[in-house]
Write a protein that binds this ligand. Structure first.
Ligand SMILES: NC(=O)C1=CN([C@@H]2O[C@H](COP(=O)(O)OP(=O)(O)OC[C@H]3O[C@@H](n4cnc5c(N)ncnc54)[C@H](O)[C@@H]3O)[C@@H](O)[C@H]2O)C=CC1
Ligand SMILES: O=C([O-])CC(=O)C(=O)O
Length: 306
């Protein structure tokens, strides 16, 4: 299993590290445009192999896509991150050009690749990857919902004063401060609805904190987060590589599902060796449907800028 990660910055390196630590891929190629940067990150990570006990071979490349040839999965993290006070959508001007050229180069060297798009604004970049590559829809996956759901579980555990392993929850919709739709109605603590333990007001606070999860970290760090984003990507890569058939909310091209079409937005999907093997349509309440539709309108507005 060969995995390429484009962008050896904060998220790309974190993602490569988690993939290696989980030890399911034979090879990870890191690629960046900054001279020597990916090679340096790869060497540093390889020097953790004996310490962390993995055999995955990590190599680096400065803009040489021939090194990525034959990749089964490629992750696109290249592009600029936001600074405090910015929205993800404001990154489109620079990141659209980067994602366009990177996606084309990846597919040129690995025609059978499954792409995972991370660069922001992620839903629009995922849509752009479709426009540029024309790959079948099961082979282009946007990562946002897996991260947002992890943050939702973190906030739920905090509110419930419960261990995180005891809570479950999912966030669908666009990966944006306003567009996320945390499904509080379906959140549980060990199969018991979270609403049995928390007031409507407290659940609403969990929802609001989840939606601004990325912005909160950006304010604290001066740039956006990387540990949880890297871990979330590695979870998707592992589900595909190991044919796990796990459900994650991912940004995918919709064609009538949830009453939406011609956009990529986060909905639950089954991930396996063929990428997105199924889009899972769950019954949403009227309020959840309205939030998803509002979120889709926001994503479409951003899509109109590419
Ligand atoms: N979808 C999600 O859930 C998340 C998305 N992000 C997004 O991921 C992106 C990367 O974030 P960070 O890693 O923190 O940024 P970073 O600045 O640390 O790393 C980005 C890397 O991309 C490289 N790069 C730029 N243009 C390139 C090109 N044409 N080819 C190859 N490499 C190129 C840069 O040299 C840099 O090393 C940002 O757009 C950020 O908003 C970040 C976290 C979560
Ligand atoms: O907040 C950002 O800009 C980066 C990101 O998408 C996240 O961490 O959720």
């Amino acid at each position: 299993m060969k995995v390429t990660v484009v962008g050896a910055g904060a998220v790309g390196a974190s993602c490569a590290e988690y993939i290696a630590i989980k030890d399911f891929a034979s090879e990870v190629v890191l690629l960046d445009i900054k001279e020597g940067y990916a090679e340096g990150k790869a060497m540093d990570l390889m020097q953790t192999a004996s310490l962390n006990g993995f055999d995955t071979k990590i190599t680096g490349s400065t803009s040489d896509y021939s090194k990525t040839a034959g990749s089964d999965i490629a992750v696109i993290t290249s592009g600029i991150p936001r600074k405090p006070g910015m929205t993800r959508e404001e990154l489109i001007g620079i990141n659209a050009g980067i994602v366009k050229s990177v996606a084309a180069s990846l597919v040129e060297h690995s025609p059978n690749v499954i792409l995972i798009v991370v660069s922001n604004p992620m839903d629009t970049m995922t849509y752009l990857a479709h426009k540029v590559t024309g790959l079948p829809k099961n082979r282009i996956i946007g990562m946002g919902g897996a991260l947002d759901s992890a943050r939702f579980k973190y906030r739920l555990a905090e509110a419930l004063e419960a261990p995180i392993s005891d809570v479950d929850g999912m966030v669908i919709g666009g990966h944006s401060d306003k567009g996320m739709v945390p499904l509080t109605r379906l959140a549980t603590r060990n199969s018991v609805p979270a609403s049995e333990f928390l007031s409507e007001e407290r659940l609403q606070q969990v929802l609001e904190d989840t939606k601004v999860g990325g912005a909160t970290l950006t304010k604290l760090l001066g740039t956006s987060a990387w540990y949880a984003p890297g871990a979330a990507v590695s979870g998707l890569v592992q589900a595909i590589a190991c044919d796990q058939k796990k459900i994650f909310p991912c940004s995918t091209l919709l064609d009538g599902e949830y009453g939406l079409s011609d956009l990529c937005i986060g909905v639950p999907v089954v991930l396996g060796r063929n990428g997105i093997e199924k889009i899972v349509e769950i019954n949403l309440s009227d309020a959840e449907k309205a939030h998803l539709e509002e979120s889709a309108a926001g994503v479409k507005k951003t899509n109109s800028l590419i």
